[in-house]
Design a protein around this ligand. Structure first.
Ligand code: SF4
Length: 276
């Protein structure tokens, strides 16, 4: 049994390693209980970047993708997270709730991947809704099949990472398949759930015009997609790969030039997407 601790305020760039060594492997983990306890990396306040208004962003531990450019590889494993009670998280959120409501914000659960710990994140999201907060998750959509109607009903906005439009590039970037993400996107479109699609622009990996066009053509007809956000690759997570002794393939990858970012934004807009 992991040791229960308090969740730390911090930010997504803090390194958290080996905090709960006896936690289960995220690949085998099925959070199908009440979600009373979970593994979290940290939380921070954020403005506009992770959803509308002022946000509390809760970073959960556990992810089944292995993106070669991941900025937070210390969120991959449950064992690197802090074992916390949902009630503690909810109580902490409650102290911020008046300010979040005043500033038209709310709660965003990110990661890692929120749907690895489905029951826990559902419990926290439902409590946030009860406080009158806007709720969002940031997800790759890879585990979207796990999200039932009850889960989706607790969420006002999905920040959906579509990391590539080409299945082979997606596999190279994430070591996983693209299809579950597209399936989840289609499901969200069918029920009219608001979505901001996010695309990380990684020079030499995801920047191929044909790859971008595939995402743009897929997303453009979806009326529920409010924004496509192009996120330029950066090196802020590089130190984590080094600290974790992982093989980092992007040591020499540069931030995309403004010209490339403009070209990609132009591709999305030409397809009919609102892009920024
Ligand atoms: S989905 Fe996100 S947290 Fe998971 S490996 Fe990719 S970038 Fe990292």
């Amino acid at each position: 049994m992991a040791q229960l601790s308090n969740i730390e305020a911090g930010n997504r760039h803090d390194l958290h390693v080996g905090i709960s060594p006896d936690a289960p492997d995220e690949a085998d983990f099925r959070d199908d209980g009440e979600g009373a306890f979970g593994y979290a990396h940290s939380y921070e306040t954020s403005s506009r970047y992770d959803g509308p208004g002022l946000r509390i962003v809760l970073f959960m531990s556990g992810c089944l993708l292995r993106c070669s450019y991941c900025h937070n590889p210390d969120t991959w494993h449950l064992k690197d997270g802090t074992y916390v009670s949902a009630q503690e998280v909810i109580d902490r959120l409650g102290t911020f709730a008046p300010a979040l409501r005043t500033l038209d914000g709310g709660l965003t659960i990110s990661g890692g991947e929120p749907m690895v710990q489905l029951a826990f994140t559902r419990r926290v999201l439902a409590a946030a809704k009860q406080m009158g907060l806007h709720t969002a998750i940031q997800t790759s959509g890879f585990l979207g099949d796990r999200a039932d109607e009850k889960y989706l009903s607790c969420i006002d906005l999905v920040l959906l990472d579509i990391k590539s439009g080409d299945p082979e590039t997606y596999r190279r970037a994430t070591e996983r398949e693209l299809a579950p993400t597209l399936r989840f996107a289609e499901r969200l479109a069918a029920v009219g759930k608001p979505v901001w699609v996010r695309f990380t622009l990684v020079p030499g990996l995801t920047d191929d015009p044909a790859n971008v066009d595939k995402i743009a053509r897929f997303v453009a007809p979806m009326k529920n997609v409010e924004w496509v956000e192009v996120q330029p690759f950066h090196q802020l997570g590089a130190f984590k790969w080094k600290a974790l002794k992982l093989d980092y393939k992007h040591a020499d990858t540069t931030t995309p030039t403004p010209e490339i970012v403009d070209r990609v934004l132009g591709q999305f807009r030409a397809a009919g997407c609102r892009a920024r």
